[in-house]
Write a protein that binds this ligand. Structure first.
Ligand SMILES: Cc1cc2nc3c(=O)[nH]c(=O)nc-3n(C[C@H](O)[C@H](O)[C@H](O)COP(=O)(O)OP(=O)(O)OC[C@H]3O[C@@H](n4cnc5c(N)ncnc54)[C@H](O)[C@@H]3O)c2cc1C
Length: 454
């Protein structure tokens, strides 16, 4: 009785652990040479996630095996923001310390919007984060209760309008789910609470170290891993009871028969393996990153350098162009630095454009960084939306764009109607981000085991 998991990102690692906990022989097939998925890293430099939130999700997975999670410590200030006029802001969990950096009118807006974010998070999270994909009755219950109070017909920009500095500050959190904030529904403001109200955490060695710790736990529990193994298709069949199921996971090196199959790769890859038509909906944003190895150690920190025209930046991205003067996100930790700007996915930007202009664009970013935050750079390399296609369909880091009234509703764990197959990870319920991908893997397997008994 074997279970096969495709992908050793956070969702795949959590899924494998949950399958093993149920006593199943579990094999993880991963095309890359190491675990972590988007967090695989390059010579100790992050390649994707850097802001860690909801630490209890991680601790609970380790606790389920009587193990202790790596030490996660709170980061303060949460991030440091700077606007083109030189204004700086470093919010903390301590509300009074945060408000003391703002004018009295801004402090009033901050307090109101933080409270609003908490209300939205507490209203939505039981249905949309800490449960299975919502059924129609669950959606109706939410829609007639907390949903009615979540400004269902309002866009995010109207909800968070709070002056030239705080508006882009609050808008930006919607990008954590791949949104263009100007097209996001107001309910995505709940994400601000996760960071500003619940805190940002870090661990020694960063996100790759977290992936390695989960991998170590999975190995100790007896999960088998096959790295450098690329899945190329899924063979389907009817079981004796007439139910459609996946029979075999095909790789370049041969097939793996399985009773349970969990795809923890991008949902669109799974659809292609099943030869299903790919959806035509709008995809969310991609990223353009510069990974840097430094010659001198830097303190751990998250920095945000806003562009002079945040709305204009998003207009450029929406029309399929790289932003000419983008908002920079910078993370430093020891001898590693990671610079990230939002970028269009390859659904709206031509890959030829990126091939032709990528290196020049990286130099433009580096010039801007040198002016704003000089660093002793020893070596650097680019990760553009082209490179992100290795883990994300069209380079869209979070799959479908969370825009419009139903935008934040993620696809469920069922894919193609195959009874023994679950789709988990950052492109499906409950959504992207490290803790949500972990929840997706863990809970998605529980859902699969309840649904399929061979
Ligand atoms: C630039 C960037 C910044 C981010 N910042 C943050 C942040 O600060 N905080 C945060 O919480 N989240 C952040 N995220 C989001 C977060 O990284 C993801 O949502 C999360 O890592 C997704 O995990 P996953 O396991 O679902 O998918 P993935 O990490 O994509 O894992 C899927 C795995 O499947 C493998 N795979 C794909 N195809 C095949 C195949 N054919 N055969 C075998 N294996 C295959 C892939 O190689 C990969 O290892 C960021 C992401 C990016 C890219």
């Amino acid at each position: 009785m074997r279970a096969v998991v495709i992908g050793a990102g956070f969702a795949g690692l959590a899924a494998a652990l949950r399958l093993r906990k149920a006593g199943l022989e579990t094999v993880v097939l991963e095309k890359q040479p190491a675990p972590g998925g988007k967090a695989i890293g390059w010579e100790g430099v992050p390649t994707g996630p850097t802001v860690l939130t909801l630490p209890e999700v991680i601790r609970e997975i380790f606790a389920a095996f009587g193990a202790t999670a790596p030490a996660l410590y709170a980061v303060s200030p949460l991030s440091r923001y700077r606007w083109p006029d030189g204004r700086e802001f470093a919010p903390e969990l301590d509300l009074e310390a945060t408000l003391s950096q703002l004018s009295s009118q801004e402090a009033q807006s901050y307090r109101r919007l933080l409270e609003e974010a908490r209300r939205l998070y507490e209203g939505a999270s039981p249905t949309f984060i800490f449960s299975d994909p919502p059924t129609l009755p669950a959606l109706t219950r939410y829609g007639l209760g907390a949903g009615l109070r979540a400004h269902p017909l309002m866009g995010l920009p109207r909800l968070v309008e709070s002056g030239p500095h705080l508006t882009p500050f609050f808008l930006r959190f919607a990008t954590y789910l791949g949104a263009n904030p100007y097209k996001a529904p107001a309910v995505l403001h709940n994400i601000a609470w996760v960071e500003l109200g619940l805190g940002v955490y870090a661990l020694e060695g960063g996100m790759r170290a977290l992936a390695d710790a989960l991998y170590g736990l999975a190995k100790a529990q007896g999960v088998e891993f096959s790295f450098g193994t690329e899945v190329v298709g899924l063979e389907t069949a009817q079981d004796p009871g007439g139910r459609p199921r996946v029979r075999e996971v095909r790789t370049a090196a041969g097939g793996y028969e399985a009773e349970w199959v969990v795809s923890a790769a991008d949902r669109h890859f799974t659809l292609a393996w099943l030869k299903k038509p790919l959806p035509t909906y709008e995809l969310g944003v991609s990223g353009f990153a510069v990974l840097m190895r430094l010659s001198e150690r830097q303190p751990l920190g998250h920095w945000l350098y806003f562009s002079p025209d945040y709305a204009g930046e998003w207009r450029e991205l929406a029309s399929g162009r790289l932003a000419s003067d983008p908002t920079l996100y910078l993370h430093t930790d020891g001898e590693a630095a990671f610079l990230l700007v939002n970028a269009p996915s390859l659904q709206v930007m031509r890959s030829e454009t990126l091939r032709a202009k990528g290196q020049n664009y990286a130099r433009l970013l580096m010039r801007k960084l040198r002016r704003l935050h000089p660093l002793p750079i020893a070596e650097w390399r680019v990760m553009s939306p082209l490179e992100y296609t290795a883990t994300s369909y069209q380079g869209a880091l979070y799959g479908r764009a969370p825009h419009g009234l139903w935008g934040s509703l993620r696809p469920g764990w069922s894919v193609g109607g195959w009874a023994n197959l679950a789709q988990v990870g950052g492109t499906v319920h409950p959504g992207g981000g490290v803790p949500l991908a972990l929840l997706s893997g863990w809970r998605g397997v529980q859902w699969l085991l309840n649904r399929w008994n061979p």
